[in-house]
Every structure is written in C-alpha cells, then in structure tokens.
Unconditional design. Sequence first.
Length: 414
Amino acid sequence: MADLSALRAEYEALTARGLSLDLTRGKPSPEQLDLSNALLELPGAGDYRDASGTDLRNYGGTQGLVELRQLFSDVLRVPVPQLLALGNASLNIMYDVVAHAMLHGVPDGDGPWAGGASISFLCPVPGYDRHFTVCEALGIRMIPVPMTDEGPDTAVAAAMVAADSSIKGMWCVPVHSNPTGAIYSERVVRELVSMPAATDFRLMWDNAYAVHHLTDDVPEPIDVLSLAAEAGNPNRPLVFASTSKITFPGAGVAFVGGSPENIAWLLERMSAQTIGPDKINQLRHVRMLVDSAGVERHMLEHRRILRPRFDAVDEIFTARFGTDGPETWTKPKGGYFVSLMVQSGCARRAIDLARQAGIAVTPAGSTYPYHDDPADANIRIAPTFPPLDDLRAALDGLCTCVLLAEAEAEHQAG
C-alpha cells in the first residue's frame, strides 16, 4: 500500500508553492503561433485577386477560394468540387450541419431529423467534449461506443444502429483521435461506411489532426468518400477540417467535404446564411502555405516545438507511476492530447486536488457524454500550450495528486 502520510506531505509542499498552471485546452503555444506571423503581412498591398483575376474583396465565392481548396484537396482526400472552404471554425460548420439536418433533413432522408421522435448520435469514448456539447445543445441523445487502438468498436456500433433507427449520426476523429491518439484502420473505416443504418445516417468525420504528426510514422490518408461510395453509401460521410492548429486558431480557415449531393444540399442551406466567406484570409493562407509540400514543411516546424512536450509527458509519467501500477497512458503519434487512465474512482478526486494546488486540468468526465465517466478513471492531458518548464512542473504535480487520490481510496477500502 502507498505511504499515505508521505504523499500528504508531498501534496502540502505542492500547494505551498502557489502554482498557477494550466493543462486544460489543446491550444497552440505562442511559439507555434509565431510560425504563422507572415499571415499578418499578407496579402500585400494590391494583392487581392485570385488566379482568375477575381477581386476577392467583394461578395461572392460561396464555395471558397479554389486555390485553397486545391491545396487541401489531397490532404483531406476530397475532390476540389466537393470541398468547401468557409469561415475560421470547423466546429461552427459541424453545428450548422447538424442544425440544418434537424430543421430540414438531409439527402436520402424522410424529412427533418427533429420532425418526429428524439434522435441519437453514437459517441466514441473517450472522445471530444465539444462534439458532445453540440449534441447537448440540440437535444440529441448520446450513446457511448468504446474506442480501440484502431478506432471505435465497429461491432458495438453496428449492433446499435441496426437495433435503433433513432441513431442518425456518429462522431469520428479518424487521425490522432482526441484524446486517445488512435488512428482509424482501413478495416474500421470500411465497416463504418458499410454497416446497415438509417438512410440518413451520417458519419461526422472530423479530420482535425490530418497533418498534425509527431513522428516519421505518418499514416496514409484514407479516402472515406470513395470507400463510402464503393459501399453504396456515398452520402454517409461529411468530412470536416480546419487550419486552426496549422496557422491561427482564431483566424484560420475551415473546410467541409462530402458527396456531390451532400455539398449541393449544404450550399442550398447556406444560401440563407451567407453571401460568401472571408476570401482575403483564404488568399493569405494560399500565399503563405503555397502547396501541400509547404503545409508539410510548416507542420514539421510545429512538430519540432511539440515533440519535447509529449516526450516530457511520457518521461514524467514513467518516472512517477512506474510500469506496474494502475495508471496507463497513451503515447500518441500525433494530435494534441494524451489520455491518462488512473485507478477507477480516482480521476475526479485527483483533478480536484490538482485544482486546489493551482494546476488546472480538464474537468473529470469531459471525455464522456454528459460528463459521465462510468469508471471515473480518465484524465485528458493537453501538453501543447504551457512553456516546457511549466509543463513539467504541472505534470509532476498532477502525478502527486493522482497518487494521493489512489492512496486515499486504498486507505478507505481498508
């Protein structure tokens, strides 16, 4: 049994330090933001026309700048005519797509999703809290689906959609999933696009980390649209992405792709909302990134900054937790998060102890629908934003809190 009194003394020393550290959100660090400062000077004076000579300062261009769509078409495996470049936030587009489906229905459907009984979404867990927030805001029931190392458990997902016609969608982060870092295998993708489901069932394919790699082991992009068409369900996937963690999160460009029918549907719905996106900002991105090779070079600079932070997580967790305790954690090959599993029943207490010690951690249960982690065991670590020295201090302090929470639980159990 752990030495409870020693851990309490260590914790008292931690709180006496008066720390103010933050591991909550996966934000780029200031160093990363500096990589894109050239955007602030682009486009140059008088440089406001696209390759065809169109004046981008004016209305129009609802599909977005074709040069930018060409740049990201191969990265996302979406043909240019089926890819839209829109505002700065993919979350905004995802919300709008679900809201449009609630109000108007989608191609292949029988009318508005909200027109009859309540609807449901499958939610891989641990998963992305902002996806869950969209569902909660729109009154959509969430059904957890366990994650594996190669994506969601497709046997569980297939059984659920076959048994429940209220299930209209599923959230997916196919590359470097938030928070586990899992990369969907081709087998999993094929099963997701082919499993029997309602005709208006949609895979919300949030490819947020498509180019955010931390190692040389880069996964081959999977063309989910082609696999879905091959399976006879071309309208099933809707692909989302953005430059939020490539350039500036607050001033990037978001994308949505899909089948020709889905894109025509979305453009029709959007016609009442907008006369066109910020094409000048899109031109800035084209001028800075240039081409797919430019994106790759840019992301290697991100990797140079981020890799030491992720290495620090593994180093400190290994030193503090060892290899034979209840704690396990992911070692992602990309993305922005590490998923830490602690002794059941201890995550909430550990996070509360960390808060009292001045270390902010993502609230317990955030990686599960309704903040309900049934095992109370998952803690999401976001190591990207703090300076490295602050990160190391926060991680070491969090380990103290986890070990104390587990020792308290052991003591109470007797």
